[in-house]
Design a protein around this ligand. Structure first.
Ligand SMILES: [Zn+2]
Length: 416
């Protein structure tokens, strides 16, 4: 039994997550909805399973057709696409009116996501790919039953729920939305989407800057660091193991590698949940806004600016995931999140504002060549991130970098 961890998509392009965010901008993120997906196993009789199988084939053939039209005609608007594909979808693929609209939406969103990614291949869908259901094409009934549209009318299924899923599904503070019917190993699963309005963020009394780094996965502007050494040790050990397996390149080694990749992903996800939870709890208790580096910079900074040996550590950690966990947990807790441009934050002195590459003699240490200020490199960067957040918002005075920052009201609010 699997459960998809609730995530707010930062970019709104994920297959399961309906991003409704407008982040990536300077200043405040005013995302108002959280989305999560509950994955439920579906028990069906043979007839219902066959009907859903046939529906999935027709649905995905129709979606592939819609995508090819949208791709060739360069249409991104669902209404425009609707006028062209609606009749062919119904006639050629035998879909009902509502499923035809769902196929069109799935296609339009996939095309948009692929284009945003800069790819030049039109998306296609396999016959056993997911069917999308909306409020008109599926219904949750009493006793964990569910009714689903097919080519030949509605079929009934039984959701097989664990305690965890039941608790999530029957939590009425979350509103039930659409669903995706997914097939895996001849078993159907229904992935049900839920949404909830986020509380209005608290008025912050200061800023907690966060730097994502190599020495520590995260460091905040108070000087606290988040799981560096143990995580690093585990990863080093696994990296060497992976190298040995890659060298061996036997069938069993390849199987082991695939298994390890999944284990590594779980390990990273767990660590990211722990770190993001701690950061958000701290910001909430101290009534501070969280200042994070902009999403677009996360990958960029990993590619250059660090040595080869460290690049491996930096690129292979799921920093985007960590950032998105921090963001959604913050929004659910009513903590304001501010995205800042992290350019030069690791080279600039947090006390006097002097910016020079040589300020950072190595990865771990910062020593200002102008005023002699020394600090852990990632703490110094986190303080700079907090300053930038203070400068670009209405809260707190704007300390001019280059002098007097340590005595400004913002600096004292930051506890520096
Ligand atoms: Zn300095």
């Amino acid at each position: 039994m699997t459960f998809r961890i609730p995530i707010i998509s930062d970019q709104g392009t994920s297959a399961y997550l309906h991003g409704r965010s407008n982040c990536g901008i300077h200043g405040f993120m005013t995302q108002t909805l959280s989305t999560r997906t509950v994955c439920c196993k579906l028990s069906l009789d043979a007839d219902a399973a066959a009907a859903l199988q046939a529906t999935a084939e027709a649905f995905n053939a129709a979606a592939t057709y819609c995508a090819s039209v949208a791709w060739e005609e360069r249409i991104t608007n669902k209404n425009t696409l609707h006028h062209i594909v609606y009749v062919p979808t119904r006639v050629q693929y035998g879909l009902g009116a509502q499923l035809a609209c769902c196929a069109r939406d799935k296609a339009a969103e996939a095309v948009r996501a692929v284009r945003a990614h800069g790819s030049d291949t039109c998306p296609t869908f396999k016959p056993d790919s997911a069917i999308r259901y909306d409020a008109r094409t599926y219904r949750l009934m009493s006793l964990d039953r569910v009714s689903l549209n097919t080519l030949t009318g509605r079929v009934m299924g039984q959701l097989v729920l664990g305690d965890f899923q039941r608790r999530y599904l029957y939590d009425t503070s979350w509103k039930i939305g659409g669903a995706e019917l997914v097939q895996r190993d001849r078993q159907f699963f229904l992935h049900i989407t839920q949404t909830k309005a986020n509380p209005a963020p608290d008025e912050p009394t200061g800023f907690l800057g966060v730097d994502f780094g190599i020495v520590n996965l995260a460091a905040d502007s108070d000087g606290e660091t988040y799981s560096g050494e143990d995580v690093k040790r585990v990863r080093e050990r696994r990296f060497r193991h992976r190298q040995r397996l890659q060298k061996a390149n036997t069938r069993r080694a390849r199987w082991r590698l695939r298994k390890n990749a999944r284990r590594e992903a779980r390990f990273q996800r767990d660590a990211n949940h722990c770190i993001s939870k701690k950061l958000v709890a701290k910001a909430k208790t101290e009534r501070k806004a969280l200042a994070l580096e902009e999403l677009s910079h996360i990958r960029k900074r990993t590619d250059n600016g660090c040595r080869r040996s460290q690049r491996r550590l930096r690129t292979s950690w799921a920093f985007r995931q960590l950032r998105s966990f921090v963001t959604y947990k913050a929004q659910q807790a009513g903590v304001l999140v501010i995205a800042v441009d992290p350019h030069n934050t690791s080279r600039t002195c947090a006390v006097c504002g002097h910016c020079e590459k040589a300020n950072r003699p190595n990865q771990a240490h910062f020593r200002c060549l102008s005023c002699g200020h020394t600090a852990a490199a990632d703490t110094n960067a986190a303080v700079n991130i907090a300053f930038r957040a203070a400068r670009q918002t209405a809260y707190g005075a704007a300390p001019p970098l280059g002098g007097g920052a340590s005595t400004s009201p913002t600096a004292s609010a930051l506890g520096i």
